[in-house]
Design a binder for this molecule. Structure first.
Ligand code: NAD
Length: 410
């Protein structure tokens, strides 16, 4: 089943419980706009290379559309559509005034020099700037993109539209970025993991954690969970993994990964594969890399007590059904990783008001929104006797549906 089919099935499950009409379901699911653009790049050696870029604008009923920009070799139209749809429900779950979008380029950034990365970013903006903007569609970092890419993005956008820092979020602090944005997704994952464990009457202190992906989200999630006293016992990235039952030395691992650009061969533990990490016996398993990592083939072998979906769309529908049968508690992506878009919202607000918040304010507001959203989702799950995923979809779809009906479509 494709990424998009999976998100549609999750939607269908909630829509059936809500009694949404077929026409309403079609209206809510159909993306408002999808574009596919050619992105040509002159390589450093003078050769011309051509890549495909995508932007899907799924829904704007609740406000300008918001969603990351992913540079990864596996980006395709199906994945971008799925991720745009997730953004619509995610922004609604945390109740920030946005709709959902997503974009990307099918490219392996490891093959690019910094100059090539800058040029391809600027060419993508050239091809899409007309449909983007602070009141219409606001990109942000995702896999393969970072604050530097957002700085080039803003610079190129401003060549067409003048001073406009709110056109993109996740920018560097020196260029209208926000305190706390870079750490926000990982911090949110840690905050929500602790909140969930508390509801399950288990302490985060001493809880064992396995983490797949050690990029932006994974490194900050590890740091904040470590600070809360959790034991990070396994970490992996695309090159391999490392495990230590007594708990990895997180500061040393961060230092090692910064220098080597991988956790592989970290001396403070034993080597493990990604597959071994996904099936290790831990309290909390946190996928923080690619989508589609839990499948019908490995879902029965997952031995974690709980899953916190830091990555977008990590669980294929077939795997989700197995998790539901097994009554495995899964904190779904549209809540678990919503810290990033929430802090992006704070950055956009600051840009529009030309007023800076300090880190303490960003963290306080972020924690408040995430905990409130978590408690709402938890209560719906309890009241309706559904999984946390279905509860989050019920909350998100309900809000988007009401906004759509109130505004009318004529
Ligand atoms: P990143 O590019 O900074 O890091 C990605 C990590 O995943 C790297 O450690 C990489 O080595 C690893 N990885 C890539 N392919 C892998 C594979 N095949 N097996 C194992 N590991 C692999 O990306 P990120 O920003 O940390 O995003 C990670 C996930 O979190 C994505 O699913 C993204 O959509 C989601 N997310 C990110 C944000 C954000 O603010 N950055 C917000 C919400 C959701």
């Amino acid at each position: 089943m494709s990424h998009y089919e999976t998100t549609v099935r999750y939607f269908d499950r909630a829509a059936a419980l809500m009694g949404l009409s077929r026409n309403m379901q079609t209206l809510l699911l159909t993306p408002e706009r999808e574009i596919k653009v050619q992105v040509a790049l002159e390589r450093d050696n003078g050769e011309i290379a051509t890549f495909i870029g995508y932007r899907v604008q799924h829904d704007s009923a609740r406000g300008p559309m918001k969603g990351g920009l992913r540079f990864h070799q596996e980006v395709d139209a199906d994945e971008v559509r799925a991720l745009a749809t997730l953004m619509t429900w995610k922004t609604a779950v945390v109740n920030i005034p946005y709709g959902g979008a997503k974009g990307g380029i099918a490219i392996d950034t490891h093959e690019l020099s910094q100059g090539e990365l800058e040029r391809i970013t600027r060419r993508f903006v050239d091809a899409t700037h007309d449909i983007l903007g602070p009141d219409s569609d606001i990109p942000a970092p995702d896999m393969g993109t970072n604050a530097q890419v957002m700085a080039w993005f803003m610079s190129q956008y401003q060549k067409y539209h003048g001073f406009n820092p709110a056109c993109v979020t996740g920018k560097p602090l020196e260029l209208h970025g926000s305190e706390g944005r870079e750490e926000a997704t990982g911090r949110g994952v840690a905050t929500l993991t602790a909140a969930m464990l508390q509801r399950l009457k288990q302490s985060v202190e001493g809880a064992t954690i396995a983490l797949q992906g050690f990029g932006n989200v994974g490194t900050y999630a590890a740091q904040f969970l470590h600070a809360k006293g959790a034991k990070i016992v396994a970490v992996s990235d695309q090159y391999g993994g490392v495990a230590n039952r007594d708990g990895l030395d997180v500061p040393a691992l961060l230092q090692f990964a910064r220098e080597r650009e991988s956790v592989k061969a970290f001396p403070g533990g034993d080597a493990i594969t990604n597959e071994e990490l996904l099936t290790s016996a831990v309290d909390v398993l946190i996928p923080a890399a690619l989508g589609g990592v839990f499948t019908e083939h490995n879902a029965r072998h997952v031995r974690a007590r709980y899953i916190v979906e830091a990555a977008n769309n990590p669980t294929a529908m077939e795997a989700d059904e197995i998790f539901e049968q097994r009554k495995l508690i899964v904190l779904p992506d549209i809540l678990a990783n919503a810290g990033g878009v929430t802090a992006s919202y704070f950055e956009w607000v600051q840009n529009r008001q030309h007023f800076r918040w300090d880190l303490a304010r960003v963290r306080t507001e972020l924690d408040r929104i995430l905990i409130e959203s978590f408690e709402k989702v938890w209560k719906i799950a309890e009241d309706k006797k559904v999984s946390l995923r279905t509860a989050a979809y019920l909350l998100g779809i309900g809000r988007v549906g009401r906004a759509t009906v109130l505004a009318g479509i004529s």
